[in-house]
Design a protein around this ligand. Structure first.
Ligand code: LLP
Length: 426
């Protein structure tokens, strides 16, 4: 459920007509619904009610500070994967003791910043990383709380580019080596083992791979406790999928996921952490774009939009489907036209959808890409010198630009032409 619905024939974000925002900020732009973000966060809270837990929003899915502030104020923790995300979470007012730091390549500088600013735990992914963290913590005279990310060798049955829990993936330490790695962690100064971490992939539409992974974590908890480690937190990662094509997808709900967690891990007397990103932010955002031209091809029509792959890369990168809907509600039995929906970027990969049925469109019409709140704005680039598009947050009848569209002058002014080039051409 989200809060992007037609009212009186026009698509609204909560109580605001999207056409009104488009008229003020221009297209394309991202728009997020605060009510949807909060609703999805609370679904996880309800799913884990009764278990000690912390829901850590995966900042990588949508890192706008307004979004982080909203979720942080509602009690969310944050899962960050870089010094930049850590700084954003802190700037948004999230206390360090609610921030977990994941990622295979944390630098010493990032470790230092997090230790100085306060951190709940590092999810450590290798022995070299563990040694580096030990050194940094000792040099600062502090103790770093750690969970070790284990790779359970489970097939998440999702797109290969976003599956992370198989032994051939770069993530975590092989679960078979966990005992040795935990023994090493316990022996290193400046580290305190607090738990186990696992994350097997993203956009999972079946609970079974999660269940297999969590079962292995439960077993490992017993083994490690028997070896004297104080395993008191289990970080179960993110990854629960969302319906992208509304008509025919029904992934498991947070409540089912929570029930499964309770079944597999509820008896272990551990604090549960989860790191959902997409399920909280995905359907809480849309991207609105305008039609520039409708072009007749040899055997098809191209709908050429003002948004492109640099603004929303998921279709090009993962062949992802996003529902596309007009801002003006089509009549129930309205005609349909079939389009290849494309952007202005100069490569064929800049295609959002092939053979998509939409009401007949004309230049100036507006469309919305649904499910664009996760891995949308955060993955955008300025390819083709296209300015990053604005982000807007709606809450009830209020709306605000939460990242403005930069001017071309700002973008051009960022480059520096070295003096010798000026001299040569002068
Ligand atoms: N925790 C860790 C350690 C992760 O690596 C990820 C996602 C998450 C949590 C959040 O997963 P989520 O709940 O959002 O599925 N750009 C891709 C998705 C990449 C996901 C990377 N890691 C996409 O657009 O589909």
């Amino acid at each position: 459920m989200d809060h992007f619905l037609y009212r009186d024939g026009n698509l609204f974000a909560e109580d605001v007509p999207l056409a009104e925002i488009a008229a003020e900020v221009g297209t394309p732009f991202y728009c997020y619904s605060a009510a949807t973000l909060l609703r999805h966060f609370r679904l996880f809270e309800e799913a884990l009610a009764g278990l000690p837990h912390l829901v850590c929003f995966a900042v990588k899915s949508n890192s706008n500070q307004a979004v982080l502030r909203l979720l942080g104020q509602a009690g969310a923790g944050m899962d960050v994967v870089s010094g930049g995300e850590y700084a954003r979470a802190k700037a948004a007012g999230v206390p360090g003791d609610r921030i977990v730091f994941s990622g295979v390549g944390k630098t010493r500088a990032e470790m230092r910043a997090a230790l100085e600013g306060g951190i709940r735990q590092f999810n450590v992914e290798s022995e070299p990383e563990m040694e580096a963290l030990s050194e940094v913590a000792v040099s600062l005279g502090v103790t770093a709380p750690i969970a070790v990310r284990v790779n359970p060798d489970v097939d998440a049955k999702t797109h290969a580019k976003i599956a992370t829990g198989k032994s051939e993936n770069k993530f975590g330490i092989p679960i078979s080596r966990a005992a040795a790695v935990y023994a090493r962690a316990a022996a290193l100064p400046g580290l305190e083992v607090v738990g186990i971490d696992v994350h097997i992939g993203s956009q999972l539409t079946d609970l079974e791979p999660f269940r297999q992974a969590y079962r292995k974590v439960a077993e490992l908890t017993g083994t490690l406790r028997a070896q004297g480690h104080d395993i008191r937190r289990l970080d179960l990662g993110g990854g629960l999928g969302i319906p992208y094509a509304r008509s025919n997808e029904a992934p498991p709900l947070p409540l089912d996921y929570g029930a499964m967690i309770r079944e597999e891990l509820g008896h272990l007397d551990c604090e549960i952490e989860i790191e959902p990103g997409r399920l909280i932010s995905g359907n809480a955002g849309i991207m609105v774009s305008g039609v520039i031209y409708v072009k007749a091809g040899e055997d098809r029509s191209f709908l050429i939009l003002d948004a492109a792959m640099n603004d929303l890369v998921r279709p090009s990168m993962y062949d992802a489907h996003h529902d596309i809907v007009p801002l003006v509600e089509p009549a129930p039995a309205a005609d349909q036209a079939r389009y290849d929906v494309v952007g202005p970027v100069c490569e064929t990969g800049d295609t959002f959808a092939r053979g998509r049925d939409l009401p007949p469109c004309a230049p100036g019409d507006l469309v919305a890409f649904r499910s664009a709140g996760a891995y949308g704005a955060v993955m955008s680039s300025e390819y083709n010198t296209r300015p990053l598009i604005p982000e807007v947050l709606v809450q009830g009848g209020d709306w605000a630009v939460i990242r403005p569209r930069p001017g071309l002058d700002e973008i051009i002014a960022r480059d520096r032409v070295p003096g010798w080039l000026s001299a040569a051409s002068g």
